[in-house]
Design a protein around this ligand. Sequence first.
Ligand SMILES: Cc1ncc(COP(=O)(O)O)c(C=O)c1O
Length: 423
Amino acid sequence: MPQPFHCTAYQHLRFDYSGPSFLNEPLFMPVPLLDLNAQNLSLEAELKSVFERVLRSSQFILGPEIEAFEKQIAQMIGVKHALSVSSGTDAILLALMALDIKAGDEVICPTYTFFATAGCVARTGATPVFADSCEVSFNIDPTDVEKRISRRTKAIMPVHLFGQTAEMEQILALGRKHGIPVIEDAAQALGSKYQDQSAGTMGLCGTFSFFPSKNLGGFGDSGMLVSNDDAVAAQASLLRTHGAKPKYYHKYIGGNFRMDPLQAALIAVKLPHYDGYTSRRQANAAYYTEHLSKLPGVAKSVAPTFIAALDNHRGTNPNVRILLPSACENTYHIWNQFTLRIRGAGQRDAMRQFLTERKIGSEIYYPIPMHRQECFAYLEIAENSYPVADLLASEALSIPIYPELATSQKDEVIEAIAAFLNQ
Ligand SMILES: Cc1ncc(COP(=O)(O)O)c(C=O)c1O
């Protein structure tokens, strides 16, 4: 029997064929989770000329390329100081060091996040105190944050996960009430907003990553620390170069946290395109939402914000098998990830396997929350302390959302999800 092609993009090529059987295997169009070449090679000529410019300048540490890039980022997000650094991780570490966070202190951060957030806290000698997450936004739950504040709490560090800001009004109010600074881990959220304020600019300081998979993806590791506070920015600047002032005189112990000028100059090539990247990601999210929500068993996250609408999600409707992410009220979502929740024991892993067989990339952000990491076993956290984070870790699956994704590729993803639900 002739086999039809299963790939939407190739539907116009359907034909009858009765050759060798391997040729009758269904043919799926690969859809990678991320295609860096699609973006970077479209800028190839400009990137090469920038490389030549930096090469010929021989300015390989700090200097005008760095200053220009910092100024552009500061202008873009509306912040007084922007300090380029070696990675998003180092930006967090530097922020904590600039606030003099050390052994004996506690820093509250989400348990459902990338490791760097909690890892940096522990590297300063302080204790990470984890808070649970909100089901709808995946972000830290301010109500749970409040419960975990103690007299040793020296910072609250929300993470703006997947490109959407955390519930900042409540978090900032907690900070004010208890006199605790807020550090925003905005690694995934450059340009996202909460009530018209840019991620990273609302707390005492904020941090970004230009890791290649981020919305402003660099050509290696790099990051940024931003602040409206002169003293924090000055201290971070000092610590970025071993705390030396003047050269060879060290009142503080810092590190080498500098970004390379080459990196800054290369990333700057992408800045004029950044709004375009964001709107394409938003269009992709809208496309997925429109088409996936029509499938039986798929529900839109209806909640404008958090807890109120959770009944709709959490078990009251057994027919809901997949929950789509949503942009919460007050937020401008830049969709670093489009993260589904696949409900039911083992279902997320089954769907991931199904997508992999169809050559569709996906990733689990994040399979193991921080409270379950071996390196934090010393915290002796009781079982069931973080029920939402545990649930999200078992259900979350991110699908391709990068700006250059073709409509045919999105259709391929939608068709595969429909086929999974139809099995
Ligand atoms: C939430 C979060 N924090 C911190 C980081 C660390 O950034 P980097 O990989 O640039 O060190 C990342 C990125 O990987 C991240 O997603």
